[in-house]
Design a protein around this ligand. Structure first.
Ligand SMILES: [Zn+2]
Length: 467
């Protein structure tokens, strides 16, 4: 069976859910678009909770051409509501959510699902003449000058001011209205679609409290991402998007200077462990083993550098309000082999299971109230160094290992040299290491060009610090 893709199909499914499961699912309206289309969301909760529920927000359809996320979010609501109505659990592939867990989710969580955030854009994708690769909203309604909603949020929105000129070139954002990927709009938060999502994140929409958990569902990278999208993650609390002292000086992710890394609030620290848990949920739902697994990555390093994104905005609330913590994630569901932006009816179930798997394990985790799973940031992989140097006992490899284990976490120099080192490794990674290991001559070049200068610079910095 085809999955709902057009606005009419999506709206029909949404209304059917709210009608059929009216005791658990409620439909609410946000501000309508420039094109006069309704924007609606579903609230899913059961009964009267004895204590405040945990507000969770899932959003889909920000990017018009990504056809699967709205359908998968609505069918997730359907799964939960049906499991409740039949007092059963949910089994998808290897993943089982017990009937008791479904009840726990409905009792503890205040789930809000905005499945179709950008109806004007989606309608344009299917209208005549239409444009199947249209990504933005339709403001203005005619022509090709729409805004990329996921660059319009009020977080480092003016990327040319935020970064230095060379880093700004690497950012996937644009000030040219006709650009399909990344046109940022006239000002931060200028678009109704953006304002609607902000109203849900910040709890100003009807019947909604400020979100503690936020997941924005996109396609098709096959990865669960965690913020920041705008920079490498760091621990220096003076390095944040509002500190004007860094304007036009931030180095982005692509550069190797390593001066700047966006402060990541420690209270939201288990992001990687939670993203990994969600990825495992996807893999279990699709009974995956071996290759092709969904993984977990930091956005800026694992996808590309981007400003004004929904997840960065959500996370930034944790810094602006000391009493608030927002855990934010972006799922990129499906891969090019699952149909990319437009999965066919036969490709869609795999994509849908990825969304269901990751979000169901997340909901179960939130409802369970157990401690968050903690996984460290990607380790400086000594296997990479070994591949490059061809010798695990080489003094540079030993030096890098000592840097990782003793120096990076504790010293000022460590905080300065950590990011470039992590980047060298991030650019290579395990597949490159395996590939390099079989090419000793090329490994020698990588070593001379990338590793030795970095290692020497680090040695010099440590000498200056007397270590
Ligand atoms: Zn997208």
């Amino acid at each position: 069976m085809e999955y709902p893709r057009t606005l009419t199909e999506i709206s029909t499914v949404e209304i059917a859910l709210a009608t059929h499961y009216s005791g658990v699912v409620t439909q609410q309206a946000l501000t309508q678009t420039v094109g006069g289309r309704a924007v609606t969301y579903l609230q899913i909760a059961k009964g009267i909770a004895p204590e405040p529920r945990i507000p969770v927000l899932f959003v889909g359809g920000i990017h018009a051409r990504e056809l699967a996320p709205p359908a998968a979010l609505l069918s997730l609501v359907g799964l939960l509501a049906k499991a409740d109505a039949t007092s059963s659990g949910i089994t998808i592939g290897r993943l089982t959510i017990s009937a008791a867990d479904v009840q726990l989710i409905l009792a503890k969580v205040e789930l809000c699902v905005l499945a179709m955030a950008n109806p004007d854009g989606r309608d344009y994708v299917y209208s005549t003449p239409g444009d199947r690769m249209w990504r933005k909203n339709r403001n203005p309604p005619l022509g090709n000058e729409g805004v990329d909603i996921n660059r319009n949020f009020d977080i480092a929105w003016d990327f040319e001011k935020y970064y230095d000129s060379s880093a700004a070139k690497d950012v996937k954002a644009s000030k040219i209205p006709a650009h399909q990927l990344g046109y940022i709009g006239h000002h931060a938060g200028s678009e109704i679609e953006t304002q609607n999502i902000v109203a849900l994140i910040d709890g100003t929409a009807p019947g909604v409290r400020p979100a503690e958990w936020f997941v924005d569902v996109h396609s098709h990278h096959g990865t669960v991402f965690y913020p920041w999208a705008l920079e490498t993650n760091g621990s220096d609390h003076t390095m944040h998007w509002r500190n004007a002292a860094w304007d036009n000086r931030r180095d982005g992710v692509g550069n190797f200077r390593g001066d700047y890394a966006e402060y990541f609030p420690p209270k939201a620290a288990p992001r990687r462990g939670i993203a990994s848990m969600m990825a495992i949920g996807s893999n279990d739902a699709n009974s995956r083993s071996g290759s092709g697994k969904v993984g977990a990555k930091q956005l800026a390093e694992g996808l590309y550098t981007a400003t004004g994104t929904s997840v960065d905005y959500a996370l930034s609330r944790s810094i602006l309000d000391p009493n608030r913590t927002v855990f934010a994630f972006a799922i990129e569901c499906g891969t090019p082999s699952d149909g990319g932006f437009a999965p066919s009816a036969t490709q869609y179930p795999t994509v849908e299971k990825d969304v269901h798997g990751s979000l169901l394990v997340l909901l179960r985790h939130i409802a369970s109230g157990v401690a968050h799973p903690v996984v460290g940031e990607p380790k400086i992989g000594c296997f990479v160094a070994t591949a490059v140097y061809g010798d695990p006992g080489h003094r540079d490899v030993a030096f890098l290992r000592r840097l990782r284990d003793e120096v990076l976490p504790t010293t000022r120099a460590g905080r300065r040299i950590g990011p470039p080192i992590v980047r060298v490794y991030g650019r290579l990674g395990p597949p490159a290491a395996r590939w390099l290991a079989a090419k000793p001559r090329l490994a020698g070049v990588v070593r001379r060009v990338a590793f030795e200068p970095t290692v020497n610079a680090c040695r010099q910095l440590l000498r200056e610090e007397g270590r």
